[in-house]
Design a protein around this ligand. Structure first.
Ligand code: FAD
Length: 321
């Protein structure tokens, strides 16, 4: 028995959610008195693979194959399931990232495993049962899911679990499972938008604005605040629908779900569909001129005021620190 974690890489590099998911899986392995192994697919430096050991992985199965250069859900899921079979892993942990959301149910189906997606806390262990607290209904609620099946798959929300460095280095082993041609049948076109800015799903701080900004010509005040904080930019749906901002910045029920440490909402009313994608943020700051704006109900800090006065002052104060 062991716990397996899928270590997803982006262009050959591991990002913070991978170390979170390894730390989380290690904590599960410890509570089950077993070891943690990781599986990584694609070209990643051996030193980076071994460094997963500093978060608790004792072994890393490294899969490199020309066929798997491009991400294909079905094929990657087969590889993760094959790794779980090889190690007799009872629990597989995957980040609840874009690709993790597609992989986890496929891995669960292949292993005949129970699935809890979007975990926000360590599960409670009771014999062979894991009780997992997870987000439900697009983040509008929490659900407690009991996994009673022999095999279990859990996805962890980004920013939901702290990094836990344990020290040490993982042993890296080559792993070459056979991938069926049928698993490679879906061709996915990757459109990569390169940017030197922080990307939204990984961001620890998000500065987001809505229709209260009146128009795209005013976005510089939001951009300046985001730059001062090293934050990613986001927006409400009507803003991206109107073409003021790109759709890649739209957060909420029908957009990207984020859970940063700090979410600053400027001129956004706080409609339930918007909150669905942002309410698991650790700290929410709302700037709105309407004291009755629904967003204030979920805010940790609120500023009732005109964004055009408040935001430049906030930016200046942050820059002065
Ligand atoms: P508004 O509701 O117009 O609010 C603007 C806010 O700005 C107001 O609170 C106002 O007081 C404030 N304001 C105005 N001027 C200033 C100023 N000078 N300074 C400070 N504050 C000011 N929305 C999403 O965001 N994401 C989604 O994923 C999403 N999915 C949806 C799915 C469905 C099926 C439906 C029906 C709707 C969805 N919506 C979504 C839309 C959602 O219901 C709201 O209409 C939308 O979130 C409102 O956007 P907003 O807050 O920017 O605009």
């Amino acid at each position: 028995m062991s716990v397996l974690v899928y270590a997803e890489n982006t262009d050959g590099k591991f990002k913070k959610p991978v170390y979170e998911v390894v730390s989380y899986a290690k904590a599960i392995a410890d509570s089950l008195n077993t070891s943690l192994a990781a599986v990584s697919i694609g070209d990643v430096d051996e030193a980076d693979l071994a460094a997963l050991g500093s978060y608790g992985a004792s072994t890393v199965l490294h899969v490199t194959s020309e066929q798997l250069r491009q991400f294909v859900n079905q094929a990657y899921a087969s590889v993760i399931a094959a790794a779980a079979d090889k190690l007799s892993a009872d629990v597989v942990v995957i980040s609840n990232s874009f690709s993790g959301k597609g992989l986890a149910p496929r891995v669960a189906a292949k292993l005949n495993a129970g699935l809890a997606d979007g975990a926000v806390e360590l599960p409670q262990v009771d014999g062979g049962k894991l009780t997992v607290k997870k987000t439900a209904f697009s983040g509008k609620a929490f659900a407690i899911t009991e996994l009673t099946s022999a095999k279990k798959v859990i996805t962890l929300n980004p920013n939901a679990f702290e990094l836990r460095e344990t020290g040490g280095s993982a042993q890296v082993e080559a792993f070459q499972p056979t991938v069926a041609q049928g698993d490679l049948a879906t061709v996915i076109e990757d459109i990569v938008r390169t940017t030197d800015k922080v990307t939204l799903p990984d961001a620890e701080i998000v500065v987001s604005a809505g229709r209260g900004l009146k128009g795209p010509e005013n976005w510089h005040i939001v951009e300046e605040l985001a730059e001062a904080l090293g934050a990613a930019l986001a927006c409400s749906k009507p803003v991206s629908d109107a073409g003021w901002r790109p759709h890649s910045e739209h957060v909420g029920q029908t957009g990207i779900a984020v859970s940063p440490n700090l979410y600053i909402a400027i001129g956004i009313s706080g409609a339930i569909q918007h909150l669905a994608g942002v309410s698991s943020s650790k700290t929410i700051v709302v700037i709105n001129k309407d004291p009755e704006a629904p967003f204030f109900k979920v805010a940790d800090y609120g500023i009732v005021g005109d964004a055009f006065e408040v935001v430049p002052k906030l930016t200046a104060a942050i820059k002065a620190r």
